[in-house]
Design a binder for this molecule. Structure first.
Ligand SMILES: Cc1cc2nc3c(=O)[nH]c(=O)nc-3n(C[C@H](O)[C@H](O)[C@H](O)COP(=O)(O)OP(=O)(O)OC[C@H]3O[C@@H](n4cnc5c(N)ncnc54)[C@H](O)[C@@H]3O)c2cc1C
Length: 281
């Protein structure tokens, strides 16, 4: 049984903008996902799978896309001390805590990221482009349900990752990540990498208003630095952290205008700009 309701909320994106979601549902089984998929096909509506909303920008006041919140049971199976099978609704930080308690190497640089495992796998979440480190360094396989051909599939990293912050799952999709298998190797640790990363994040990243972290996955650093502090209404580029928009507005319009200005400046100077946020209409 599925339930599609309309919902007014500011809690579905970390920008905390308020929207009227015309079609909102929660998905906790494959059968439900199939039903939602069929409903979307019949009603000619796009589907958006929502993790924790930490990389999601809802564009319009009224959101017509069928927004499906991942409500799978949060399960972590310990296959061996270093091997876990984790459902996609589990938070990244919960896996990092397990790794730290068991002296295992992990994606500790994601300790400051409020993501679900599903969202992190869909986005190929990781460190900056030059570091070449991502959650997939620890992934053995990802299992997902593909509503297009109604089949359960398990793929490895090579078959999934398409580039920096890009996978076969990124964006609007019919593929619902259910779970993943991780392998972590033992590591001798000096100090606590989780609190170290959080300390670093507090020092260098701007938490003075709502944000979704980095806005662009590729940009010109000089232009991005010039935009620091630029304000439109109650949203602004952070004066502290480059490539970071802070939001206090209930509307996403000011955020979209800030992104537009960055796009125009890149266009006029023939520089490449790729938005990292997933925009949902
Ligand atoms: C303070 C802050 C710091 C951040 N720092 C980083 C960083 O260091 N590195 C980094 O990479 N990112 C960073 N981010 C961005 C963001 O946290 C990541 O992109 C994260 O992976 C998004 O996870 P989520 O669960 O919030 O996904 P959402 O924002 O809900 O969704 C993101 C994408 O994943 C898809 N998705 C989610 N769940 C599923 C699923 N089960 N099946 C299929 N598709 C799915 C969505 O459809 C969408 O395309 C940061 C964000 C914040 C707020």
């Amino acid at each position: 049984m599925i339930e599609i309701a309309s919902l007014k909320s500011k809690n579905l994106s970390f920008y905390r903008t308020t929207h009227n979601f015309k079609n909102y549902g929660e998905v906790s089984t494959i059968d439900q996902f199939c039903e939602y998929y069929e409903w979307a096909k019949t009603n000619k509506t796009k589907i958006f799978l929502l993790g924790n909303g930490s990389n999601t920008l809802f564009v319009k006041k009224e959101v017509r896309t069928l927004v499906l919140k991942n409500n799978l049971p949060k399960e972590t199976k310990i296959l061996s001390k270093s091997q876990l099978e984790v459902s996609s609704s589990v938070l990244v930080i919960d896996i990092l805590r397990y790794c730290y308690e068991n002296a295992l190497d992990s994606f500790y640089y994601l300790a400051s990221v409020p993501a679900t495992i599903g969202g992190a796998l869909a986005m190929n979440a990781g460190l900056g482009k030059r570091d070449k480190l991502s959650i997939y360094d620890f992934v053995e396989s990802v299992t997902f349900f593909d509503a297009a051909d109604k089949s359960l599939k398990t793929l490895n990293k090579k078959e999934i990752v398409q580039g920096y912050r890009k996978t076969i799952f990124t964006g609007l999709t019919s593929k619902f990540i259910l779970r993943a298998r991780f392998e972590f190797s033992p590591k001798k640790m000096d100090g606590n990498p989780i609190s170290d990363r959080r300390k670093w994040s507090k020092e260098f990243q701007d938490y003075s208003a709502y944000n979704c972290g980095s806005v662009f996955q590729e940009s010109n650093y000089k232009i991005i630095c010039k935009l620091k502090g630029l304000r439109i209404g109650n949203s602004s580029f952070s004066a502290k952290t480059p490539n970071w928009i802070l939001n206090k507005s209930s509307s996403s319009m000011p955020i979209l205008w800030l992104i537009k200005i960055a796009e125009v400046l890149h266009f006029l100077t023939f520089k490449k700009l790729i938005v990292e946020l997933i925009k949902v209409e």
